[in-house]
Design a protein around this ligand. Structure first.
Ligand code: NI
Length: 201
């Protein structure tokens, strides 16, 4: 009976853990097999990304406290319409969003860089600009075992880099200039204190 009710309600949101939670600072383990649990986690991460108090364009498993190399993405902000200058990755992946991917890796990065404002569901209230390669070649797999290696730019390329950082225990705060880190330091500490209090309660 309980199972039926769960199915009717659909996948349940998860708590997004914040700065101070140990999962955000660990190196995550590769996903070896796409089990039922992995599929369920992917569905719950998608719901968490799209239906939270803050809507994200990406979420990595460590952000829900699970150190596995899985991310979910939803960067198709323009109704999936193809844009002039979109990279092959944007054209392939954006129509399939929201999408869950396992074991994403950066194969190569462009020399050209771009600087944009970033935010993160695990660092509410923190913002600043991050300089990253403008384009990256990404290798990843879908849950159905489809592998691809493709060039990604724009918001998608940035999002991949931000989420892969999470899988390696890196936060965008780490990549801010010293000045911007200083500006966000108090809020970072406040979030950390709240998270630790929550963990200890
Ligand atoms: Ni993030």
């Amino acid at each position: 009976m309980l199972k039926i009710l769960e199915q009717l309600r659909g996948p349940q949101k998860m708590r997004v853990v914040c700065n101070g939670h140990p999962a955000l600072r660990k190196n995550s383990a590769p996903v070896e097999n796409v089990t039922k649990d992995i599929r369920e986690l992917a569905e719950r991460m998608i719901v968490t990304m799209l239906k939270g108090e803050m809507v994200g364009v990406g979420l990595a498993a460590p952000q829900v406290g699970i150190n596995k190399r899985m991310i979910v993405l939803h960067t198709c902000l323009k109704d999936g319409a193809s844009r002039a200058g979109a990279t092959a990755g944007e054209l392939l992946l954006e129509p399939r969003m929201p999408i869950a991917l396992i074991n994403p890796e950066i194969v190569s990065s462009s020399e050209e860089v771009a600087t944009e404002t970033e935010g993160c569901l695990s660092l509410p209230g923190v913002d600043g600009t991050v300089t990253r390669p403008e384009q990256v070649v990404i290798q990843a797999s879908t849950l159905d075992g489809e592998n691809f290696q493709i060039e990604c730019g724009g918001l998608l390329g940035r999002c991949f880099q931000h989420e892969i950082d999470h899988l390696n225990g890196v936060l965008f705060y780490d990549r801010l200039s010293k000045t911007e880190q200083k500006k966000n330091y108090i809020i970072m500490k406040k979030i950390e204190k709240q998270e630790k209090r929550r963990l200890n309660s």
